[in-house]
Design a protein around this ligand. Structure first.
Ligand SMILES: [Zn+2]
Length: 139
């Protein structure tokens, strides 16, 4: 499960709308509380892909990951997941998303339809990495 308050949710939606028609992406910083990830901050990450490949293909480089870990540590938080937007595309993970995902982390996807944020979902990879399962978002 993942707990994201209204402020963080609107920050993710805002990032998605600002990046439209491109994808936004970023890290979710928070704390693990039992089986719930509590998101306390988001950290936008510049999309590393080249312009023409940026639609539906977010990339987080090892340098991005290191910076996210450092920022999280400063706030006494951990990197517990990632978010990205799907411009004019449903909020369900693509095959590319699954191939590039890791177990444990949560993956939040916000659909952005014609520049306006729409459905927002969160996903966790199964342990054998064969598919994503949708997780409940608590506010
Ligand atoms: Zn995606």
């Amino acid at each position: 499960m993942i707990a994201i308050d209204a402020q963080q949710l609107s920050a993710i939606r805002g990032e998605g709308e600002a990046a439209y028609p491109h994808e936004c992406c970023g890290a979710l910083l928070g704390k693990i509380d039992g089986d719930t990830k509590r998101i306390a901050a988001i950290l936008p990450i510049a999309n590393a892909r080249e312009e023409e490949e940026r639609y539906h293909r977010f990339t987080i480089t090892p340098e991005d990951m290191m910076r996210a870990e450092l920022e999280a540590r400063k706030m006494k938080l951990d990197v517990v997941g990632f978010y990205h937007s799907h411009p004019d595309h449903p909020a369900t993970p693509s095959e590319y998303d699954r191939e590039h995902a890791l177990p444990f982390y949560s993956y939040v996807i916000v659909a952005v339809e014609k520049g306006r944020s729409a459905r927002l979902t969160s996903w966790e990879l199964t342990e054998n990495r064969d598919k994503f399962k949708e997780e409940t978002i608590w506010q």
